[in-house]
Design a protein around this ligand. Sequence first.
Ligand code: FE
Length: 193
Amino acid sequence: MKNSFLISFAWLVLFSACGQNTPKQTQAQKQQDLMSCGKPLDNQTNVANMEFSVKKSEEEWKKSLTEEQYRVLRLKGTERSFTGKLYKHKEKGVYTCAACGNELFKSDTKFESGTGWPSYFDVIPKSVVTSTDMSHGMVRTEVMCAKCGGHLGHVFDDGPNPTGMRYCINSVSMDFKKEEGKKTEEDKKKEEK
Ligand code: FE
């Protein structure tokens, strides 16, 4: 009984993925945001016939990615909230696509959304493409890497100024490239040992 409750809870957390609202909202705002989260954004790219410059067979992707990276990037999965390596990450640098190295987000556009996934209010120009995603009974705007087509996450129009956008991105879909001369948290931990 306890196990089935835990499994149900885990699925609930998983499928509320990235569609989750930020905290400190009234019930009415939450209702409204749930609806606005469902509104596809304008300027969608038709990715059905799009040719990506980085192309690999599914077997090649399986070899070059970890199992979890493959599940999220190639099979459009979602990592569990509050578990990713980058959602609390605060260093200066650039977030890149874990599959192909494409530069996606600058650290100065990252903000704390309270959703448990890395969130950004802007994207590096032309680094991503978007598409309408109708999966899981929701209508959302999917964000993909413009070079390899890897699934990154979703974008919503309830973000902070100056853009009002919230790019809700899976940690596992990204790597981090620190700004030249800056030490990463891992470097500092190594020095402390
Ligand atoms: Fe990529």
